[in-house]
Design a protein around this ligand. Structure first.
Ligand code: BGC
Length: 808
């Protein structure tokens, strides 16, 4: 232990006090021992530091900060140096705002395109997400503060995120859902990890010893801190035993008392607490260091804005460019149409919301772009229905133009924390506008703004398609610079775009049933499924166009890695993202046909050739063997493929790789879907073979009274009228608020009330309601109204008396 002597000076109460927050964002201090508190703040693409956490829920706006493109956007740059730069700038701003722990990046896998927080995550591929995350972390932590990768782990949906039990087999867990975290820990050396709200195979992740101890601590040798997601702590003692150092936000000392009681009663040994305190102190001291010396309190807002623009420029993806319509030829007259051109869509909703320092909007940046605009028309209302009048006006303008720039996408409340999207479509009123425009002008370039994959049955009606994702506060200007040709687009998709939602591998098992979600597709998420099962997609993983062309040649493969040449065969300097895929030729262990094992982004001048080297690393040939319970290598011939995307392999070689000699863990005849790769609708029986046991019952047990871990949503079958009434009131309030256009508030109700487990009432109210009072509430909900009410009042009196006796 590093702080053994200091810990020896602490009372049990002091030690326990450090294990939970002081308020919504800060940890506790112990002044007499010189232990300072830390400030934790979101987030992943900009600092959201609240001046005061006045609203208990931490929802009021943050201080102004640069809003960088979201992770799903920067992911398209495939540039880890750029990722490090974003981290560096985030870190600088965090220090200026006196933030010790920055709550990001978010690195969950994009299992399904509808996950409401996909805009905050990097990729459907763990290697890609892990490398990008490690680069962010390096950048952030270069300032002495801590990053915090989240949400550990298998938090791949927002629906019922605080209660859902994720059922996933061990190999898939390791290869798909944990690898990005492993890279973040081992290569990024993150000092903090946030546990997720959900359960993993029956246990809350925060209490899951297999995840938190066997894997995180013992295998990955992680020595940092685990913080709960806000209000995500369930059983504090189980959490402590699994190594959870910090519960956030404050519980007004309630759970500190649980720890004290557990130690006093002998339920746990004091040394378990000491170890957690030691790791927390390490974080406190290491992140406080920077603030002990003079540090920069001001940031150059303009410079940071320009960096945000550069990051957006490198992340934009050109998806279609018929007749080389782009870059726009000099003197072409452009009609600018679409609500998003006047009010940029640049970030998602929820805890990651940044209050930007500056905000670029397309129309304001047009003049400097050199593109000749003949006018702007709104065309559609962001939250409205099809509007004939707006469409007519847009068509009149389009008729006069050479080219139409059509700004479409998803609105702010559709991509939000706490809720999943309902479909992969863009709103019908936008498609109606496109249909009408197509009748009058067929030179349409669509500019798409959204943070996740959408269906595009309308794609044949546009000649050009530029995907800006969610480009942050300077995204609008960045897009214009690509359209004008000032910037050659170099982004490539870090997720697949299927033709339709029904094609997605988790279509039948998302977001699961009432109590659990089964990951029956196993490792076949994203391209691993489409490519292996030969399903045609709209845009494959790793796809993106440039204004120039690249030629790949001279592949050489040896034990260390690959070397090849890349030539810019066009007439414009540009950047290419070359991707290394590996596929095993043996069929003894089922796998995806190709898996990403390396990538490089290279700048090449027109006509120039560069040699590219991509080394193999420890992940190139490994797979997780469930028999030996460790990573193994199968002895076999492997295809080594260099591609411009997963579907565009340019160079290929075969090498033989010596194996580790582990026994094959599967019987092919028992797992036909997995061996064929057709894993989009696996039967329960087959999944159970893979999973190694029966899956739990996926429905709520409606005969049981509601308890701490049941959600408010479950009040629909509560025994007490009060419970059912609560349910209907909330459902009505949501419906009503949505109807009158208060969509954000309606969403908030879903996120922070509807899906909240009862214990959240105590965990997230900063002590206003304590657990004994919650017992009373549960009695009321479960049909004992008066008894429950009396209980609530009695416990409230006790609480007040105790508080008074402490203060006197
Ligand atoms: C989110 C986290 C976030 C935390 C603090 C939670 O609801 O899931 O990502 O960091 O709130 O705002």
């Amino acid at each position: 232990m590093t702080y053994k002597e200091l810990i020896a000076q602490m009372t049990l109460e002091e030690k326990a006090s450090l294990m939970s927050g002081k308020d919504f964002w800060q940890t506790k201090d112990i002044k007499r021992l010189g232990i300072n508190s830390m400030f934790l703040a979101d987030g992943p693409h900009g600092i959201r530091r609240q001046q005061v956490a006045a609203d208990q829920l931490g929802l009021n706006a943050g201080l102004p900060a640069t809003c960088y493109p979201t992770a799903s956007t920067v992911a398209n740059s495939w540039n880890t140096e750029l990722g490090e730069k974003v981290g560096d700038y985030l870190g600088e701003e965090a220090v200026a705002q006196r933030v010790h722990v920055l709550l990001g990046p978010g690195i969950n896998m994009k299992r399904n395109p509808l996950c409401g927080r996909n805009f905050e995550y990097f990729s459907e591929d763990p290697y890609h997400a892990g490398k990008m995350a490690a680069s962010y972390i390096r950048g952030i932590q270069s300032h002495g503060i801590s990053a915090c990768v989240k949400h550990f782990a298998v938090n791949n949906q927002e629906e019922r995120r605080m209660s859902i039990d994720t059922i996933v087999d061990e190999r898939t867990l390791r290869e798909i859902y944990l690898t990005a975290f492993e890279i973040a820990v081992k290569e990024g050396r993150t000092k903090t990890i946030m546990s997720s709200y959900n359960r993993l195979n029956g246990e809350y992740t925060n209490e899951n010893k297999h995840l938190m101890k066997d894997i995180l601590r013992d295998e990955w040798h992680y020595n940092g801190v685990v913080v709960t997601n806000w209000g995500g702590s369930n059983d504090r003692i189980a959490g402590l035993l699994a190594g959870n150092e910090l519960e956030m936000p404050t519980t007004a000392g309630q759970t500190d008392q649980d720890i004290i009681d557990a130690i006093n009663s002998g339920e746990i040994e004091e040394k378990v607490l000491d170890e957690c305190v030691d790791r927390l102190l390490t974080l406190i001291y290491s992140t406080n260091d920077v603030f002990e010396r003079p540090y920069k309190k001001e940031v150059d807002i303009e410079r940071h804005h320009r960096v945000a623009q550069k990051v957006a420029e490198e992340s934009i993806v050109l998806l279609k460019n018929e007749d080389n319509l782009l870059p726009l030829k000099f003197g072409k007259k452009v009609a600018v149409i679409g609500d998003f051109a006047s009010e940029a869509r640049y970030q998602g909703a929820g805890s990651s919301i940044v209050n930007p320092t500056i905000l670029d909007h397309t129309m304001a940046c047009f003049e400097e772009s050199g593109i000749v605009s003949i006018g702007y028309e709104q065309g559609f209302e962001r939250y409205g229905k099809k509007n004939r009048e707006l469409i007519n006006k847009a068509c009149s303008l389009a008729k006069k133009a050479d080219v139409v720039f059509l700004y479409i996408g998803l609105d702010e409340v559709t991509e939000a924390e706490g809720l999943d999207r309902k479909s992969m479509k863009i709103p019908a009123n936008q498609v109606a506008l496109l249909d009408a425009l197509y009748e009058v002008n067929q030179s349409i370039v669509a500019i798409l703004s959204c943070g996740s994959a959408v269906e595009m049955p309308w794609i044949h009606k546009v000649k050009g398609l530029l995907h800006g994702y969610l480009g942050g506060q300077a995204g609008a200007r960045a897009i214009l610079r690509v359209l004008s040709g000032d910037v050659n687009p170099s982004g490539k998709l870090a997720e697949t775009y299927p033709f339709s939602y029904e094609d997605t591998p988790s279509y039948h098992h998302f977001p699961g049933d009432e109590a659990s979600v089964e990951y029956r597709e196993a490792m076949y998420i994203g391209y691993r499924y489409y490519d292996t099962a030969n399903i045609d997609v709209l845009f494959p993983f790793g796809y993106g166009l440039s204004y120039t062309t690249f030629d790949y040649s001279n592949l050489q493969v040896d034990r260390e890695g690959v070397t090849f040449e890349l030539t810019n065969t066009g007439d414009m300097a540009g950047m290419e993202i070359a991707q290394l895929y590996v596929g095993c030729q043996s069929k003894e262990i089922f796998r995806a046909k190709k898996e990403l094992k390396g990538f490089k982004k290279i700048f090449i001048n027109a006509g120039e050739t560069k040699t590219v080297v991509i080394p193999f690393d420890d992940k190139a040939f490994r797979y997780f063997n469930v028999e030996t319970n460790q990573w193994e290598i199968e002895e076999a011939d492997y295809n080594i493929m260099i591609g411009a995307s997963i579907a565009d392999i340019r160079l290929k070689e075969t090498i033989f790789v010596q194996g580790t000699g582990a026994p094959f863990p599967y019987h092919k005849d028992q797992l036909p879907s997995y061996f064929s790769g057709q894993a989009n609708d696996v039967s329960q029986e087959e999944f159970e073979v893979l999973f190694g046991k029966s899956v739990p019952i996926a429905k709520w047990d409606r005969h049981q009274p509601l308890g701490y871990t049941d959600t408010i949503e479950q009040c629909q079958y509560a025994k007490g009228v009060v419970g059912r009434l609560t349910y209907y009131t909330i459902t009505f309030a949501h419906w009503f608020l949505w109807k009158i256009g208060k969509r954000n508030t309606a969403n908030l109700i879903m996120m922070s009330i509807y899906h909240m487990p009862f214990r959240g009432i105590a965990r997230l109210t900063g002590g206003i309601v304590n657990m004994p009072m919650l017992d009373g509430i549960l009695m009321m909900v479960n049909g004992h109204f008066f008894k429950g009410l009396r209980h609530v009042f009695r416990e409230r009196r006790k609480k007040i008396k105790k508080a008074n006796s402490h203060s006197s």
